[in-house]
Design a protein around this ligand. Structure first.
Ligand SMILES: *[C@@H]1O[C@H](CO)[C@@H](O)[C@H](O)[C@H]1NC(C)=O
Ligand SMILES: *[C@@H]1O[C@H](CO)[C@@H](O)[C@H](O)[C@H]1NC(C)=O
Ligand SMILES: CC(=O)N[C@H]1CO[C@H](CO)[C@@H](O)[C@@H]1O
Length: 597
């Protein structure tokens, strides 16, 4: 995803701005206490109270009886799983009508032309649009709102819709998975409403959504994540503003729309992080940035989240302005985010920033971090619409009895199966209604879940070591020079290699610091650049605890991004590993033959 426009304006203040701030303090204060102490004292004096969390954060989930080691969110207080939050909103259709009443038929859907303000359709105008089966996005055929037997999809827009029931089909979301043919996951109204409701349930007191809220919609609708957030917005009568369709000018849409709700994906967050750090390019600036971050991090540890501290005023204001200045709630999901990046951006953006975990088969979400828990490195507690259990994966040495294993999810958000594919359905959904996700999780002592590994994409190297390439890729893409990576190996080879797509926006600056200049294409052909990137990712790998056989021995640089269009990514932006392997067969063979020589 290219978002350099969004990031162009992220910067930390010039020294002169910090100086101006100090100047604004009275001379007595400065002489009496020293500027540094003054700032710290101001921060301390204006420190607000922590948010009241929805449960004791030291124990966020409890084990259920039955000997299966299944766990349920503590927020439910021992009650049953939740399938809706509002009595009058049990289907998406009803959610929409509730939004209409809540907002008194206020603005609902907005879009804009270049350099123009947003134009809004009201809820009643929007209902004409929404109550038709919507679009085929990226192969994802999505039937929104209406419930009709499938064979009738084509007719649906012409008929007057029949209000659906909770168990009626709402969407068929085609997930191609990372291997094999696309599978159409069948999701009902109850599935979607339960996920939105679970989130409302935990955030209702800390971050209530209302008609004044604005959501920026720019993620592909193929992401159930985006749809579920839209459900959350509509049921409360808030509004949805669409971006202009070009991620490179998302920045402009953000500052025009001034959204309060901003869902994000890790790739965007990594770019923001790199950009902010990249601009703190003198050691003084870096120290100030680190110092401000540490102060805010300490506040977050005691549950405080805000953006009116002195650190926000002098250091982080620009970052916050770059996303419009009004963001109250952010959500990240869809892929793992590194803990240091999430913690830093929580501090910098100062809004309630939740991390969720889930998959299409569970309607996007199965866990979320809780309000007041601003620690990173876990994905939070089970949502109130599902239980979670971990099951043994003996071949990888994970055992449920030790609190580790494959993550399985059961509850009203779990899908009905894949369209016309009983075999695949049986693989994913067992007889007792548990979805087997293929992710490996681990329970932390405070009842939160940490995703540690992936079951499917595992292979053995020639000597028999197990390799989980996605874990390695997630570490390597943290390199500023790297946009995308594909790590390859198989049981015939003794080591790993990777295809790397360098980041077009960052590579030139990164190489320049190492004394190498040239266009993006030239740099990608340059042996020195390749060597420097290899060294950088291996260093990152080492710092992150990769074993030596988990590190790549050689890489090839490739200039074209893996994308949905060229068939190398799924509609939810995951790597299609088998296709990547075939596509890069020749390069991979060359890499191995050079290593052997
Ligand atoms: C540091 O960053 C500023 C912009 O924030 C830029 O103008 C300047 O050239 C950079 N200095 C170095 C040494 O990279
Ligand atoms: C939960 O436990 C993890 C791992 O022990 C820790 O990193 C995190 O800070 C804890 N969260 C809270 C809110 O105590
Ligand atoms: C809107 C909403 O509630 N969506 C949630 C679905 O589940 C994911 C994963 O926990 C959350 O991040 C979403 O917020």
């Amino acid at each position: 995803m290219q978002a350099h426009e969004l990031l162009k304006q992220l910067r930390i203040p010039e020294l002169s701005e910090v100086r101006d701030y100090f100047r604004s303090l009275s001379t007595n204060t400065l002489l009496g206490m020293g500027a540094f102490t003054a700032v710290t004292a101001y921060w301390f004096a204006t420190r607000p109270k922590a948010l009241k969390p929805p449960c004791d954060l030291r124990m966020q989930s409890v084990e259920l009886p039955g000997g299966e080691f299944a766990r349920r969110g503590v927020v439910l207080n021992g009650g049953p799983l939740l399938s809706h939050f509002y009595e009058d909103a049990k289907t998406i259709y009803e959610c929409f009508h509730r939004g209409l009443r809540e907002s008194k038929n206020g603005p609902c859907l907005g879009s804009r032309k270049p350099k123009q303000p947003y134009e809004w359709l009201s809820y009643s105008e929007g209902s004409n649009l929404c109550i038709t089966p919507v679009n085929a996005v990226d192969a994802c055929v999505c039937v929104w709102w209406v419930s009709l037997p499938l064979q009738n999809i084509g007719k649906a827009h012409r008929q007057h819709p029949v209000p659906p029931q909770p168990d009626d089909l709402a969407i068929i979301c085609f997930t191609s998975g990372t291997t094999g043919n696309p599978k159409g996951a069948m999701l009902t109204h109850r599935n979607i409403v339960s996920n939105s409701s679970a989130f409302i349930y935990v955030t209702k007191s800390s971050c209530p959504i209302g008609p004044q809220d604005v959501h920026i919609s720019y993620l592909p609708l193929a992401h159930m994540f985006e749809r579920v957030v839209q459900g959350l917005i509509l049921v409360h009568g808030a509004r949805i503003g669409y971006f202009q369709g070009d991620i490179r000018i998302l920045m402009d849409d953000l500052t025009t729309l001034k959204p309060t709700v901003f869902p994000v994906v890790p790739r965007l967050l990594n770019r923001m992080f790199d950009k902010i750090y990249g601009q703190a390019n003198s050691s003084l600036k870096r120290h100030i940035l680190e110092f401000a971050f540490r102060r805010k991090e300490n506040e977050m540890k005691s549950g405080i989240m805000r953006r009116d501290s002195v650190w926000d005023k002098i250091i982080f204001k620009k970052v916050q302005a770059s996303v419009g200045g009004h963001v109250r709630m952010m959500l990240t999901g869809a892929a793992p985010i590194s803990a240091p990046v999430l913690t830093f951006l929580r501090a910098a953006l100062g809004c309630q920033f939740y991390e969720g975990y889930g998959q299409t088969e569970c309607t996007a979400g199965s866990t979320t971090t809780l309000p007041g828990d601003w620690t990173a490195g876990h994905v939070g507690a089970p949502l109130s619409c599902n239980d979670i259990k971990l099951v043994d994966v003996a071949e990888m040495n994970y055992y449920a009895a030790k609190g580790e294993g494959e993550v399985c999810v059961r509850g009203p958000n779990v899908f009905k199966g894949y369209l016309k594919d009983p075999e695949k359905t049986k693989e994913a959904l067992d007889e007792d209604g548990w979805v087997h996700t293929g992710d490996i999780g681990k329970w932390l002592p405070n009842g939160t879940l940490k995703i540690v590994d992936r079951k499917k994409h595992i292979f053995k190297l020639a000597q028999g070591e197990y390799i989980a390439p996605e874990k390695i890729e997630n570490i390597y893409i943290r390199s500023e020079a790297v946009a995308q990576t594909f790590v390859h190996g198989d049981s015939l080879q003794a080591c790993l290699v990777a295809i790397i797509v360098p980041d077009p926006d960052f590579l030139p600056g990164w190489a320049k610091k190492r004394g190498i200049e040239g266009s993006y294409e030239e740099l990608c052909k340059n042996k020195e650049v390749k060597k420097a990137i290899l060294e950088d990712i291996v260093k990152l790998g080492k710092e992150s605890g990769l074993k030596s056989f988990e590190q790549v021995k050689d890489i090839a640089l490739h200039t074209e991004m893996f994308s949905i269009q060229n068939g190398l990514l799924t509609p939810t932006l995951k790597a299609k590993r088998a296709d990547l392997r075939n596509h890069f067969r020749k390069l991979i063979d060359e890499l191995y033959s050079n290593i052997k020589m």
